[in-house]
Design a protein around this ligand. Structure first.
Ligand code: FE2
Ligand code: FE2
Length: 332
């Protein structure tokens, strides 16, 4: 299966479409949802498997930088909140693996591809969380950027993905608020705490901007994905919305966005800002970020350590099936 999960095809001109493909596109244009057993073009299926699979992997790998702080949260309350948040992310991963499975790929295939480094997860999770303020910055900026991406996806054309997004978005807004709440406490704390908050913002600002992906002019998948409503907004549109939402929040905290090019642009009614260093983005995607090796190792180890438990569950299910079959035979 994985060998087929290559890049989505370019946009097909209408005159080259088959009658089935035209009918499919018309359903999408009317705003209908596509459901698992219905006909769909192979490119649509593959693009969705890649997108939903990457999204699921991101939720699961995304637990690692925050999980790192559960045992060191400063109060019992903060610990309980962080624990709930990290558990939510596990749930998001599970909904999304289930949504991907409706497209004919198994969870094992997706996980094998992740563990072999053939499938990606969001590059943001390859950055370390060095201190408690980072947990604030991650919730505020990383979950904030994730919401920006995910809210429009509630209207995506594939039914199971769209429904998963509706539920996930409700939880993401709690995640963003808990992060901002940590930042408010830190920014209003001692000078050292405020400095930690500023330092966390400095380190997470550009990686958060990178979460929306490269500029539209460099993004190969955009046009076809947008026609299929797998993608609703362009990367640049979402990045601009994120900056416009986040800058006033930073000002409210009394923190400075680490960008000397940041300026209000009256004409566009939004902030002008400097582009992230895209060479860093591509290096992290290619496996050379600060924590790529550590993250993947943690996932592979967790998978291997859990093998006895999965085997036990399967053995138990088989025995229970055999017992039920025997009972049926005896009753007949
Ligand atoms: Fe999530
Ligand atoms: Fe989240």
């Amino acid at each position: 299966m994985y060998a087929q999960m290559v890049k989505s095809e370019g946009m097909k001109p209408r005159e080259e479409m088959t009658p089935e493909e035209i009918a499919f596109q018309e359903r999408i244009d009317r705003g209908e949802k596509i459901e698992p057993k219905e006909w769909m073009p192979e490119g649509y299926r593959k693009t969705l498997i890649r997108q939903i699979g990457q999204h699921a992997h991101s939720e699961i790998v995304g637990q690692l930088p925050e999980g790192n702080w559960i045992t060191r949260a400063p109060t019992l309350e903060r610990k309980a909140i962080l624990l709930a948040k990290v558990q939510d992310e596990a749930g998001h991963g599970l909904y999304l693996y289930s949504a991907a499975e409706t497209l004919g790929v198994s969870r094992d295939e997706l996980l094998d591809a992740l563990h072999a480094g053939k499938m990606k997860y969001s590059s943001i999770f390859n950055y370390p969380t060095l201190n408690w303020a980072d947990i604030g910055a991650v919730g505020w900026l990383v979950d904030g950027a994730a919401i920006m991406n995910q809210v429009p996806l509630q209207r995506t054309s594939y039914g199971p993905y769209s429904r998963a997004m509706i539920r996930i978005c409700k939880e993401e807004s709690f995640h963003q608020r808990q992060g901002y709440d940590i930042m408010m406490k830190m920014a209003a704390g001692t000078p050292e705490q405020k400095e930690m908050a500023q330092d966390a913002l400095n380190r997470f600002w550009y990686p958060a901007l990178m979460m929306f992906g490269p500029s539209d002019k460099d993004s190969v998948h955009s046009a076809q994905s947008m026609a299929w409503k797998i993608k609703i907004n362009t990367n640049d549109e979402l990045r601009q919305k994120f900056v416009d939402q986040t800058v006033p929040q930073a000002h409210y905290l009394g923190l400075t966005i680490p960008d000397e090019g940041l300026a209000w642009n009256e004409e566009k009614g939004g902030w002008d800002f400097s582009e992230p260093d895209w060479s860093e983005f591509f290096a992290v995607i290619a496996g050379n970020g600060p924590c790529n090796t550590e993250r993947l190792e943690a996932r592979v180890t967790a998978w291997e350590d859990g093998a006895w438990f999965r085997d036990g569950l399967m053995a138990h299910a088989k025995k229970a099936d055999a017992r039920r079959a025997a009972a049926r035979m005896a009753a007949e």
